[in-house]
Design a protein around this ligand. Structure first.
Ligand code: GDP
Length: 501
């Protein structure tokens, strides 16, 4: 209704007339055939574009993943403020740079990879952006990027409000594994027992009490217990059996993005499925990339990234948003999907504009009505006794007599109904006749006889009739937009009002 610029009720009426009685609820999804029919009814020229809905979506998840290659688990560290998350991440991050590796510094890109001791090909991907906008965005759309949560609890502080929040979050999500890290065990006031009992009381089934949630005693400051933490995470992920396809289209999420000198827009992409290589065509929100450069968290340039990896991707047209989904396709697919996403965004923006225009029209209408009232009050004072030129039975009331023509009877009724109410007790609209079809000679003559006007909704007056009307002094107000007609009619009504100084 908004796109056609008609009232919802009008659209519903026309839908009913077209035999769509059952489908006129506001949330009914119209087929392209029906929507184009309706657009025709309202005098529009619909174009059905079968390609218009094209977008790239992640491929469906396989029911049986057992044959796929395993991937590194994605781990998030969570917990109460000051319980040592940052310190723990920093210490873990420094373990992520293998000794003697060129560069030697792990960049802050939103994630890093830690090798599992004694298991040459195993790594763990830690996200270091908890509480980050990307996180809330991903969680809000139900994207489970995290396989395992490490709940950090300071041994000297115990269970705190944010600790409980994490507990609730993990309980709700069956797909997320949990490892408890009792931190700051090096501190004098540390009481591991007390903390574990408190966690158990919160419903965390710790191994120490016969459950299946491991608890590791660590110190982010001294590094004590961190090897064991990494091993425990690795064990949990083996039980979870996290696997993903390395072939086919890719699926990932943006963890962070920024403008970088010399590279333009860059984004850290956490890859969940598929392989990412230079030259790939990506789509993300309403931007795209032809992958120019891939950089690992340790600053190395890499040719390819696999599921579970986080890499910095350059080659974006515009800066992608943190938390946005990254997908791949052929150059043509990406181009088409992007054009459609942008068009969709534009339509949404247009709908908002239409809303704004309608609102301002309503305000304008209210303002004019207010003016009419003021004019009435003024007239009482200044023009007492002045006889209006055109009066009817009801003394003092001027009338704008109109004859309404429209394309279908439903719309004629709607227009007549809408304009019938215009005016006040000084000047108002009177509908003298209605009819379906083009404006005819007899309409003009009838309007002339009544000293009225013709309102034509979504119908034309042939050229000859138009000049006849002009000759006879019969105004024809025509439009296929009800609001515009109403405004025109209002303007005519206002002309009937006495001029006030
Ligand atoms: P976050 O708010 O959870 O990220 O906590 P931080 O990592 O910022 O740590 C808060 C404070 O606790 C800092 O002063 C750290 O130095 C200190 N801290 C963190 N981990 C440990 C630890 O294992 N032992 C001790 N003694 N202090 C720690």
């Amino acid at each position: 209704a908004r796109l056609l610029n008609v009232r919802l009720a009008t659209l519903q009426r026309v839908m009913k007339q077209a035999g769509m009685d059952a489908d006129t609820s506001h949330d009914h999804m119209l087929s392209s055939e029906y929507s184009s029919l309706l657009a025709l009814e309202f005098g529009r020229n619909p174009v059905v574009d079968d390609e218009a809905a094209f977008d790239i979506h992640p491929p469906p998840v396989l029911a049986d993943k057992s044959k796929l290659p395993s991937r590194p688990p994605v781990v998030t560290i969570m917990g109460h403020v000051d319980h040592g998350k940052t310190t723990l991440l920093d210490t873990l991050r420094s373990a992520s740079v293998a000794k003697g590796e060129a560069g030697g510094i792990t960049q802050h890109i939103g994630a890093f990879s830690v090798p599992v001791k004694g298991e040459a090909d195993k790594t763990i991907t830690f996200l270091d952006t908890p509480g980050h906008a990307a996180f809330s965005a991903m969680r809000a759309r139900g994207a489970g990027v995290t396989d395992i949560v490490v709940l950090v609890v300071a041994a000297d502080d115990g269970v705190m409000p944010q600790t409980k929040e994490v507990v609730e979050l993990v309980k709700k999500d069956d797909n997320v594994g949990l490892v408890v890290a009792i931190n700051k065990v090096d501190k004098a006031g540390a009481d591991v027992d007390k903390v574990e009992k408190a966690l158990f009381a919160e419903g965390i089934q710790l191994e120490a009490f016969g459950g299946d949630v491991p608890s590791v005693h660590v110190s982010g400051l001294t590094g004590k217990g961190l090897d064991q933490l990494v091993e425990t995470i690795s064990l949990i992920s083996e039980m979870q059996d996290v696997r993903a396809e390395r072939e086919g289209p890719l699926h990932g999420y943006v963890l962070e993005s920024k403008m970088q000198k010399g590279l333009g827009a860059v984004a850290t992409v956490l890859l969940l499925r598929g392989a990412l290589a230079t030259g790939n065509h990506l789509i993300c929100g309403s931007t795209q990339a032809k992958v120019r450069l891939l950089t690992s968290p340790t600053g190395q340039s890499v040719k390819k990234a696999l599921p579970g990896d986080a890499v910095v991707v350059s080659g974006w047209k515009e800066l992608p948003g943190a938390g946005d989904e990254v997908l791949s396709g052929t150059e043509a697919q990406v181009k088409k999907a992007l054009a459609n996403r942008i068009r969709k965004a534009e339509i949404e923006a247009t709908l908002q504009d239409v809303d704004a225009i309608n609102n301002s029209r309503r305000e304008e209408r209210e303002r004019r009505e207010e003016e009419l009232l003021v004019a009435k009050r003024d007239r009482r004072g200044q023009h007492a006794g002045v006889q209006p030129e055109k009066t009817t039975e009801e003394e003092g009331v001027k009338e704008l007599r109109v004859l309404v023509k429209g394309d279908v009877s439903g719309s004629v009724e709607a227009v007549a109904g809408a304009i019938q109410g215009i005016g006040n007790h000084i000047a108002r609209v009177k509908v003298i006749a209605t009819g379906v079809g083009e404006v005819t000679e007899s309409d003009v003559m009838r309007a002339k006889a009544a000293e009225g006007s013709i309102v034509a909704f979504s119908v034309k007056a042939p050229k000859a009739i138009e000049s006849l009307a002009t000759g006879q002094g019969v105004p024809i107000l025509s439009s296929s937009i009800i609001y515009r007609l109403m405004d025109d009619v209002k303007a005519e009504v206002i002309k009937l009002l006495p001029v006030t100084v």
